[in-house]
Ligand binder design. Structure first.
Ligand code: Z5A
Length: 218
């Protein structure tokens, strides 16, 4: 269990997660976000989930593989949190405790969206694992790049071979998107919803505007 005191340190860095469905443009926006934070004098660690550690990247390989037989939704859920336990303890918390800022491509909100909204696993079960792996640790800020499913998927299709998640149905991604939007409504102090339907430049402008408005308060 992660102790709450870890998150109370005054000199601790900040933890920013970026969320959204496939093709929302997270990778693109993260590059701009990290460059902005560094220009403001922050030391930034850019990482991702599932993954971010040697063990986590190996688990990611299993989770996204098209070569393995379909796994049970509970197996998928447990693997997400196994990778997260390693990531949190080996990368995220040490960096924050050194005063670094951590920018993470997806975190536990993705589990609520994909395994909860998409696969239909009860929120209470995800919450149990969240409490066990993270204690009360949550992102300081979550940027949700919101886009309609058809547009998001049409962007990723141009890339070629799809991974295990990218082969899901439109209905699955609609449920994922709705779960994200629902979380944003329930946690307005943490979530910032960015309209991701525009050009990369428009998304970057919105991303920087959100961070500019927040960084002084940090
Ligand atoms: N997952 C889960 O189920 N549960 C969990 O707890 C966690 C994750 C943590 C990770 O795969 C998968 O794991 C993910 C959820 C699941 N499901 N999938 N698939 P991933 O990391 O490979 O997938 P992703 O996070 O969705 O990455 P992505 O598909 O690359 O999306 P993105 O980072 O948001 O998009 P992008 O790479 O910035 O852009 C995609 C393409 O669109 C690219 O060719 C861009 O050039 C183009 N693009 C970007 N922005 C624009 C704009 N504005 N206009 C036009 N074209 C654009």
């Amino acid at each position: 269990m992660v102790k709450k005191s870890v998150t109370d340190l005054k000199l601790r860095g900040r933890f920013i997660s970026i969320e959204g469905i496939e093709g929302a443009g997270k990778s693109t926006a993260i590059g701009v976000l990290c460059a902005y934070l560094e220009s403001q004098g922050r030391t930034v660690v850019h990482t991702r989930e599932p993954g971010g550690t040697v063990v986590g990247e190996a688990i990611r390989g299993v989770l996204l593989s098209q070569d393995l037989p379909a796994m049970h939704a509970d197996t998928e859920l447990l693997l997400m949190f196994a990778a997260r336990a390693e990531h949190l303890r080996k990368v995220i918390l040490p960096a924050l405790n050194q005063g670094k800022w951590v920018v993470c491509d997806r975190f536990t909100d993705a589990t609520y969206a994909y395994q909860g909204g998409g696969r239909g696993i009860p929120v209470s079960r995800i919450g149990l694992l969240e409490g066990w792996v993270q204690g009360e640790f949550r992102p300081d800020v979550t940027l949700l790049l919101d886009i309609d499913v058809a547009t998001g998927l049409s962007r990723t299709k141009k890339r070629g071979a799809a991974d295990r998640f990218e082969q899901e149905t439109l209905k699955f991604f609609d449920q994922v998107r709705l779960a994200y939007l629902d979380m944003a409504v329930r946690e307005p102090n943490r979530f910032y919803v960015i309209d991701a339907s525009g050009s990369p430049e428009q998304i970057n402008t919105q991303t920087i505007a959100v961070m500019e408005s927040l960084i002084a308060g940090f």
